[in-house]
Design a protein around this ligand. Structure first.
Ligand code: SF4
Ligand code: SF4
Ligand code: SF4
Length: 317
């Protein structure tokens, strides 16, 4: 990773020195163990702070919309898929964006790390080869890095960016097909079991909207949940209204969600938000053979129509 960090720094420094971009958006070391933080390098000197590691989990596409300056971004596979969607939705001017693509070997899931030490406070942690060494007061634990990788990353088909201006690191081959195993399992449940599962998940939600704010596709200037006229859902926390928020949000993301997992990672309550967004992503794939963010040329699933389109989802008398 040190090698990748150095190469990112060199590439970023060159871009700024040659004045090809005004800013390079990447990551710097975070203040907590195994955490990295988005970082904006505006001078060649500042590029020395850029790093790359398994904690660079934020989706940096969030910082690219509606900018008038020239920007370079350090982007992993799912960030680039988000960029592709946003370019197609006229939110990003591709001509003003330089993509430093990074093939991604998966991001660490902090929830798995916390579970590995039974929720004890971690004061120090580091990736050492294929292991993670975690330390705290009175304990030191070593776990396999592979066991700490986020489920979204384990099911990733596009770890290597689908478009880039410069690629740093060796290409990584993704899965042939996304398995959606947990969605298959969910679909196999009875309607009552599915309802019970969702009700239990929704009762955990405190409607903090971190999931929405972490999502590059949730960029509406006024989200439907913030409307007063009409007021689509109440402002109080209620499992029923929570479900309306998540169900409507998932529908807004149909054919647009790139399965980056940023929403799930942002949730402080461990709500299984991915159950709805991944279900939609799977349905769009199965019904329309469309995956969001893998091609700049392919028309978006919901903006095209053919007489052969599946209508199984229509409710008919
Ligand atoms: S809904 Fe979640 S997984 Fe999908 S694009 Fe948004 S943040 Fe990523
Ligand atoms: S949930 Fe829907 S309305 Fe709200 S920001 Fe996301 S896409 Fe927009
Ligand atoms: S699902 Fe999680 S992140 Fe989203 S609003 Fe609820 S508590 Fe917040």
């Amino acid at each position: 990773m040190q090698n990748l960090s150095n190469k990112i720094q060199d590439a970023a420094k060159k871009l700024l020195e040659e004045k090809k971009v005004d800013v390079v958006i990447g990551f710097e070391q975070g203040s907590l163990p195994l955490r990295s933080t988005p970082y904006f390098a505006r001078t060649p000197e500042e590029t020395a702070n850029l790093i790359w590691n398994s904690g660079c989990e934020n989706n940096l596409a969030n910082y690219l919309r509606k900018r008038s300056d020239k920007v370079a971004v350090v982007a992993k596979g799912c960030d680039v898929r988000s960029i592709v969607v946003l370019v197609k939705e006229n939110q990003i001017n591709r001509d003003n964006l330089y993509i430093i693509g990074i093939p991604c070997s998966g991001m660490i899931d902090q929830n798995k790390v916390n579970a590995a030490v039974n929720g004890k406070e971690i004061s120090e942690a580091a990736v050492n080869g294929d292991q993670v060494v975690i330390k705290g007061e009175g304990f030191e634990t070593t776990v396999a890095l592979a066991d700490m990788i986020h489920d979204f990353c384990n099911d990733c088909k596009y770890p290597t960016p689908v478009i880039f201006d410069e690629l740093i690191g060796e290409k990584i081959v993704g899965k042939d097909n996304v398995s959606y195993a947990e969605i298959d399992e969910f679909e196999a449940k009875s309607p009552a079991e599915r309802q019970a599962y969702l009700a239990a998940e929704m009762s955990k939600c405190i409607r903090c909207y971190a999931c929405r704010n972490a999502c590059p596709m949730c960029y509406c200037s006024e989200c439907f949940v913030d409307c007063n006229t009409p007021e689509w859902i109440s402002k109080s926390i209620d499992a029923g209204d929570n479900l309306i928020f998540h169900a409507v949000r998932a529908l807004h993301l149909g054919g647009r969600c790139v399965d980056c997992g940023a929403c799930t990672r942002a949730c402080p309550m461990g709500v299984d938000i991915g159950k709805l967004t991944r279900k939609l992503a799977k349905d769009v794939k199965v019904l329309f053979d469309y995956e969001a963010g893998v091609s700049l040329e392919e028309k978006c699933a919901l903006s095209t129509f053919t007489g052969d389109d599946s209508e199984e989802f229509l409710v008919k008398e």
